[in-house]
Write a protein that binds this ligand. Structure first.
Ligand code: HEM
Length: 115
């Protein structure tokens, strides 16, 4: 049962990642640096499902390192801070947008390579 909850949360977490990165790359390819709905849903999903996944659901010895979770939380909060407050702007600067994409890629790298 615990495993099922964890798999459902991980599934939602991966969909959130797809929405956040996919939304950002779509805007980048279109040359219009605007926060879209997919990015907003994605960043909320990552925060909520990431925190839920960090609950001790998997039993002794299988938890990801606490430092990894803290680094991911800090990065996700930075991404949130770069996405949410400017969501209504017509456009943000290129640098701002590349910063968002870069931080998402770094966070996914931390998720996959840090064990
Ligand atoms: C933009 C933000 C985020 C991205 C792109 C992201 C990306 C990912 C990816 C790709 C995985 C799957 C890795 C695997 O199963 O090997 C994952 C798993 C996970 N993420 Fe995130 N994540 C984000 C935010 C967060 C946050 C804020 C937390 C909580 C503090 C978090 C906690 C976790 C946990 C606990 C797992 C489960 C597996 C593990 O770490 O070993 N994530 N994340």
């Amino acid at each position: 049962m615990k495993d099922l909850v964890r798999y459902i949360l991980l599934y939602a977490h991966l969909i959130g990642f797809a929405l956040l990165l996919g939304g950002a790359v779509t805007q980048w390819l279109a040359g219009k640096f605007r926060i879209n709905q997919a990015m907003l849903i994605g960043v909320w999903t990552q925060l909520i499902t990431g925190i839920a996944l960090s609950a001790p659901l998997r039993g002794e010895g299988h938890e990801p390192p606490t430092a990894k979770l803290i680094v991911k939380l800090v990065l996700a909060l930075l991404i949130f801070g770069a996405v949410f407050p400017v969501r209504k702007r017509e456009e943000v600067s290129k640098g701002h947008f590349y910063g968002i994409i870069g931080m998402v890629l770094v966070t996914a790298g931390v998720a996959v390579f840090w064990h």
